[in-house]
Design a protein around this ligand. Structure first.
Ligand code: AG3
Length: 284
């Protein structure tokens, strides 16, 4: 690497992370909530960076957005009303809309600037935010969820790390309100950090989830640009066990255009390595 290389680097507390060459900075702003950057890179296309942390990139976003959405969506026989909290880049909403049974998707994002700049500069990810089925609420998800009772079939928590504007999305009170906002047979999936790089955060989060939901399960997958390259999602419900129902028709339909998701993946993501099982048992 030459000294003139412009690079973006995200490092963990212990100094491990990713580094990518940067062509240019496309957008930079200090919003009321965080620092927002969109950069263009040779390796990953455009990337959204919030407070210095990678949120998404053109090249690897599918690993995350297909996992957070299709696993719960296809575990429900008829998901019609969907809520996404966070996720202002629109990638999760785009995937959810691939299910024709969906009537309405509410996106509740605290930072309107994230939504606006993603619409403008990341059209492949944010391009469905103008769909007529989408209602965008620019407000704090913590406050919004406390006003919702038995409204949603699926709630997806597409948050940042438990830092900055995201902290309120990792509390017992918030999870209780999410549970109350779900209809009977509803499912919440929340991104739950890296089982390799964020073990402390993961344990805290699962300890809280277990206080609130009778069913708390975990699924895992690769995520090249996030800490450890390995990610997890919490699947929580009052009554639905993962894999107790899989909508075979929608699995096949989604699989026609998905890059990662298919029937075999759906069944395998709940298989956990021993070190992850141990970590989750220790979360109390
Ligand atoms: N939400 C999960 C971001 C966590 C990334 N953490 C990090 N880079 N340290 C992403 C939002 C995508 N819709």
């Amino acid at each position: 690497m030459s000294d003139t290389d412009l690079r973006y680097t995200e490092l963990s507390e212990v100094g491990m992370g990713i580094s990518v060459k940067v062509n240019s900075t496309i957008f930079h702003d200090e919003s009321d909530f965080q620092t927002i950057d969109i950069i263009d890179t040779p390796a990953l296309g455009k990337m959204l960076i919030l407070d210095g942390l990678v949120m998404t990139s053109d090249k690897d976003e599918f690993f995350y957005h297909e996992m957070i959405s299709h696993i719960p969506m296809n575990s429900h026989p008829a998901p019609r009303n969907i809520l996404v909290i966070g996720g202002g880049d629109g990638g999760t909403v785009r995937e959810v809309l691939k299910h024709e049974c969906v009537q309405k998707v509410v996106l509740c994002e605290i930072d309107g600037t994230v939504v606006e700049c993603c619409k403008k500069y990341l059209p492949e990810i944010a391009g469905k935010l103008d769909d007529p089925k989408v209602e965008i609420q620019i407000r704090d998800g913590v406050e919004y969820i406390s006003t919702q009772k038995e409204q949603f079939d699926i709630i997806l928590i597409d948050s940042t790390d438990p830092l900055g504007p995201g902290v309120g999305l990792f509390t017992e009170e918030f999870y209780n309100n999410v549970k109350n906002a779900l209809k009977k047979g509803g499912i919440m999936v929340a991104q739950s950090e890296s089982p390799f790089a964020d073990q402390k955060e993961m344990k805290l989060m699962y300890a809280l989830l277990k206080k609130v939901f009778p069913i708390v399960r975990t699924y895992v997958g690769p995520m090249p640009t996030y800490p450890g390259g390995y990610w997890s999602w919490a699947f929580c419900s009052e009554s639905v066990e993962p894999l107790s129902y899989i909508d075979a028709e929608r699995v096949d339909k989604i699989s026609l255009t998905s890059k990662l998701y298919n029937k075999e993946i759906h069944k395998s993501v709940f298989a956990l390595p021993n070190f992850v099982k141990k970590l989750l048992e220790e979360a109390k």
